[in-house]
Design a protein around this ligand. Structure first.
Ligand code: MG
Length: 203
């Protein structure tokens, strides 16, 4: 199982990190040991003092596919949820400065919590889906898929030109604005439309 992540897919988040809008989707990966499920607690890695939450829509691939045309991409997933692309921002900033890969900033254990999946048919319009993250009950991030630079179908098509997508692979589709640090004791809750799908503690 692969965890594929898209970076810089919402203009307002690109702006808040002072990044440039990329011509093509930015793709990176996390190892399967990053996956955190069933409300398990997240442990902040010792080597970072600035781990940020990034709430994202997560898509689960339902069959193998390579070089998928955008018009057929919708056949390659049935289920979606929300997840958090945890990012050690202090580490990432140093790596970015040197043009080095982001693994240490993005690939630690538990860096990819995901919620309960729902069928995509339960969502009114996948190109206009609201999702949000609260921390200790306060709204921190709110997004809408209509603001994606590249929508879900485009992302599936794009990624499948690079690597074969396999059943069970997950795609994190990018975060809206509002990223910030988490601290021990925080309770994070992610929802999509009216579905509360993700809840866990930070330790
Ligand atoms: Mg992200």
């Amino acid at each position: 199982m692969k965890i594929i992540c898209i970076g810089r897919n919402y203009a307002a988040h690109i702006e808040e990190l002072k990044n440039e809008i990329p011509d093509e989707p930015v793709v990176f990966m996390k190892p399967d040991t990053s996956l955190l499920k069933d409300g398990d607690s997240f442990y902040i890695p010792d080597y970072s003092n600035d781990v940020h939450h990034e709430i994202e829509i997560v898509v689960k691939i339902n069959k193998n596919g390579k070089c998928i045309q955008e018009k057929f991409a919708h056949k390659y997933y049935d289920e979606i949820t929300v997840g958090v692309d945890f990012t050690a921002r202090d580490i990432q900033s140093k790596l970015k400065e040197k043009g080095l890969p982001w693994l240490k900033a993005k690939g630690f254990d538990g860096a990819a919590p995901i919620g309960k999946f729902i069928n995509k048919e339960q969502v009114r319009d996948l190109n206009e889906t609201e999702f949000k993250l609260t921390v200790n009950g306060e709204l921190r991030q709110q997004g809408n898929t209509s603001l994606m630079l590249h929508n879900i179908d485009k992302l599936i098509s794009y990624v499948s030109q690079i690597m074969t997508l396999k059943t069970g692979d997950l795609i994190f589709t990018g975060t809206p604005a509002g990223v910030a640090a988490v601290k021990a004791g925080d309770v994070l809750e992610g929802s999509l439309e009216n579905y509360s799908l993700l809840k866990f503690n930070v330790l």
